[in-house]
Design a binder for this molecule. Structure first.
Ligand code: HEC
Length: 96
C-alpha cells in the first residue's frame, strides 16, 4: 500500500512538470480571457471595447493595455511575461 502512494506521488510530480513546460498558447489565452468583450475575431466591440482588427497599437502597447487596463477595460492578470507576449502576438495576428 505504501508503494502505491509513492507511485502516485511520482506520477503527480511528473504530471505537474509536464504541465509547466506546456507551450504558451496566445490564441487559447485570447479565447479564454478576451473574447467576452472583444469577440473571437477581436472585432465584436462588446461593452464599448476597441476593435482589435483595426487597432494601430504596437505589441508593447497591447501588453501594457492587458497589464494595466485602459478606461472601460479592466486589467487582465496573466501568469507570466510569456503569456502577455503570446496574447499580444495573437492580437497582432488578428489584423488583416
Ligand atoms: C471586460 C471587457 C474586456 C476584456 C475581458 C478585455 N478587454 Fe480589451 N478592451 C475593452 C474595452 C472596453 C476597450 C476600450 C478601452 C478604451 O476605451 O480605450 C479595450 C481595449 C483594448 C485594447 C486597445 C486597442 C486600441 O487600439 O485602443 C487592446 C489592445 C485590448 N483591449 C486587448 C485585450 C486583450 C488582449 C484582452 C485579453 C487578455 C482584453 N483586451 C480583454 C474591454 C475588454
Amino acid at each position: 500500500m505504501k508503494q502505491y502512494y509513492i507511485i502516485v506521488f511520482i506520477l503527480l510530480v511528473l504530471f505537474s512538470c509536464g504541465e509547466n513546460k506546456k507551450p504558451v498558447d496566445g490564441k487559447q489565452l485570447f479565447l479564454t480571457r478576451c473574447i467576452t468583450c472583444h469577440g473571437t475575431d477581436g472585432n465584436a466591440g462588446l461593452a464599448g471595447s476597441a476593435k482589435l482588427g483595426t487597432s494601430t497599437y504596437t505589441k508593447e502597447q497591447i501588453m501594457n493595455t492587458v497589464k494595466n487596463g485602459q478606461k472601460a477595460m479592466p486589467k487582465v492578470d496573466l501568469e507570466s511575461e510569456e503569456e502577455y507576449q503570446a496574447v499580444a502576438d495573437y492580437v497582432l495576428s488578428l489584423r488583416k
